[in-house]
Design a protein around this ligand. Structure first.
Ligand code: MSK
Length: 670
């Protein structure tokens, strides 16, 4: 007997799983037999596995699997492994797996970058400032040299970081001195990017490291190899090839204005910016336009999903239809001719959903094939040609389009607030600096910085917890910076517009946002762009007044709806860099009180940062704010001080700066 429920039951039983837009699409899709995550969540025969949830199921050898209950000594592993060892081992493996996703992404970017530097690809060295930043990090001579020669050196050094066996990564140099010294002292400075993954997989193999603290130490080292190594390389090289993003206006949401009724809609989903870039270029070609017209379409409309969406919107203003949980809904709108996917966060169900529509799901990476999808391999040497082929396939599908289900629900956003663009906005083009931000944190107008990362999840009403945390922080004068699907959810809730400051921000934050013309929540890019957060934190430290280490900053991170191992990797590199990170819902070591207590408390003595777990989004925001106030107290900046924000001299200075970045955005209040 089919377990599919009627639309009425769907609404009743699934309340709280999806936003209203997705519920609406899902109900009409279910009527034609489509199953999405909403039905799958609802129809699960068992809720969740206690051992899997708490991290105490050990299946790394065939003596087991052993399912360990911490409080029941007779359940320890056949080999004697305790709940603490198993939970720490599983945690380290998850961090390594999450890191590997960013590492492999970065490696592919580095190979593409080298091919580009040799003139073998369709791309070029576009951003010399970004090139010089990376060159300086590697001590590469810049003066008087051709950009291609510098790029070749940068490419070689970047590739060498992956296979390096000794010493420590160059990327660590972008951290404050004190942090670098702590990493060296505690032995968590990564030696080589891939080496740390191999080390983690080895030591978590049967019969190796059985000391939970030592396991967490290696989890920290592999996570740092991701954040300060691979992700920083990916972001840096992408910026050089495709230009560092600048604030740009666009739209988000699953609806009209994002998806088009009369154009060929092609969605780009995954994480690889190379394909996004190629599709953005090719979709503008007159031949493509002509082909679309020939089949009765008004043109071609590119739309993003997940981090491919984030890449597209930041660099080209390509609208974003949603994040992880909206991917099936995008197809179920009936308005998508092709969903093109590459790597990471792609649901296996997509071809199954697409069967009910005219949509073709196209995989493009041999790392991520799906049964039922069409595979067209993309590589560095054929990117534009493949992009053309894919777009023409989508165009050919347009006449087959049936009924569409689209409502007016787009949200305007301003995205692309990288570390550099924020500097320009704050200090102007010629005196780019974080100083005004530091000053406003010191004088208390802004209490601190709240970083929101990670996925959206059907465990909550997708996006709700992220938005609730963001609004609570903003209301209490904490500036929000978001990446990945969390950033998209902030956009869907209207928080990524400068006008949102008027509606949602506390007095102090609102005043600063209005003076600068920025939203109270800043969109800082994709998952690998969490490296931009690290560089931003270093700048906060170096500008002065906020301590000499990340652990002293009035800042905290969170991932209210995390689902991916990648989020754990990001969280662990923040913790290993000295920050508080709060995760919502399940935490994968909860089956061991000892390990969880270490991660949430003891680890702070070792690396300066720590985890916290809080399900309630309001409480989560307050946990972050308590931490921020504690740091402010320790810095001595909570004592009453004269308000110095934007006195006349500062305002005159701002006015003098032409092209400060504010004008580029055209934001309200500037
Ligand atoms: S895409 S890892 S669902 S943020 Fe980077 Fe979104 Fe999470 Fe994937």
């Amino acid at each position: 007997m089919s377990k599919t429920k009627t639309s009425r039951n769907l609404s009743q039983n699934c309340k709280g799983i999806a936003c209203d837009v997705c519920m609406d699409i899902s109900e009409q899709a279910e009527a034609r037999g489509v199953q999405t995550y909403i039905q799958r969540m609802n129809n699960r025969p068992i809720e969740t596995c206690l051992f899997g949830t708490g991290g105490t199921c050990c299946r790394i050898c065939s003596l087991g699997p052993c399912m360990i209950i911490e409080s029941a000594p007779d359940t320890i592993g056949i080999c004697g492994a305790t709940a603490d060892t198993v939970a720490a081992r599983n945690f380290a493996r998850m961090v390594a797996a999450g890191s590997s996703a960013h590492i492999d992404h970065a490696l592919e970017v580095a190979l593409g970058f080298m091919a580009t530097a040799r003139g073998e690809t369709d791309f070029e060295i576009k951003d010399e400032r970004a090139l010089h930043t990376m060159a300086k990090m590697y001590d590469i001579e810049i003066e008087g040299r051709d950009k291609k020669d510098i790029a070749l050196d940068v490419g070689e050094k970047s590739l060498a970081e992956f296979g390096r066996q000794e010493g420590s990564l160059y990327g660590l140099r972008r951290a404050p001195k004190k942090l670098q010294e702590m990493w060296e002292r505690t032995g968590v400075a990564p030696r080589g990017i891939q080496r740390e993954v191999v080390d983690t997989m080895h030591r978590t193999n049967m019969g190796n490291d059985q000391d939970y603290r030592n396991l967490i130490k290696q989890a920290t080292r592999v996570a740092l190899a991701d954040g300060w190594g691979a992700s920083m390389i990916a972001t840096g090289l992408q910026d050089i090839m495709f230009k560092a993003p600048k604030p740009i206006r666009s739209t988000v949401n699953v609806g009209l204005g994002v998806l088009s009724e009369d154009k060929v809609n092609i969605t780009l989903h995954g994480h690889d910016p190379l394909l996004v870039e190629a599709m953005a270029i090719v979709s503008q070609e007159p031949e493509i336009e002509a082909a679309a017209k020939k089949v009765g379409a008004a043109g071609v409309n590119m739309v993003g999903v997940c981090c491919s969406g984030v890449e597209g919107i930041m660099r080209h203003g390509i609208p974003v239809a949603g994040g992880l949980v909206q991917q099936e809904m995008v197809i179920a709108s009936g308005a998508v001719e092709a969903m093109v996917v590459d790597i990471q966060c792609i649901m296996q169900s997509l071809p199954e959903v697409a069967k009910h529509y005219h949509t073709e799901v196209i995989t493009t990476s041999d790392r991520a094939k799906i049964v039922g999808a069409t595979h067209i391999q993309v590589n560095h040497h054929n990117t534009l040609a493949v992009a053309r082929e894919i777009i023409l396939r989508a165009v050919a599908r347009f006449p087959k389009r049936g009924d569409v289900h689209l409502t007016e629900n787009k949200e305007e956003v301003v995205v692309g607030f990288t570390f550099e663009s924020v500097k320009n906005m704050l200090g102007g083009k010629f005196r780019a600096s974080y100083k005004p931000l530091n000053d406003n944190i010191v004088n208390g107008r802004i209490r601190g910085v709240g970083v929101i990362v990670g996925c959206s999840s059907p465990r909550t009403k997708a996006g709700d917890d992220i938005v609730t945390v963001a609004k609570e922080l903003i209301k209490n004068n904490v500036m929000v910076v978001a990446t990945g699907c969390a950033a998209t959810e902030c956009g869907r809730a209207g928080l990524l517009r400068p006008e949102a400051a008027m509606k949602y921000a506390g007095d102090g934050l609102r005043e600063v946002c209005e003076a600068i013309g920025m939203p109270p929540a800043l969109h800082r890019g994709s998952c690998v762009d969490n490296s931009r957060m690290l560089v931003g934190c270093t700048e906060l430290v170096e500008v002065g007044g906020l301590g000499d280490d990340f652990s002293q900053l009035p800042a905290a991170g969170c991932a209210p709806e995390w689902m991916s191992e990648k989020a754990l990797a990001i969280g662990q590199y923040y913790v290993g860099s000295g920050l508080l990170v709060v995760f919502g819902r399940v935490f994968p070591t909860s089956g061991s009180k000892v390990v969880t207590d270490y991660l949430c408390n003891g680890i702070e003595n070792d690396y300066g940062g720590k985890w916290a777990i809080e399900e309630d989004p309001i409480k989560m925001a307050h946990l972050m704010m308590e931490h921020i106030e504690k740091k402010r107290d320790a810095l001595g900046i909570n004592q009453e001080k004269q308000r110095v924000l934007y006195d006349m001299a500062m305002r005159r200075d701002l006015d003098k700066d032409e092209g400060s970045g504010i004008g580029d955005v055209g934001c309200a209040g500037s």
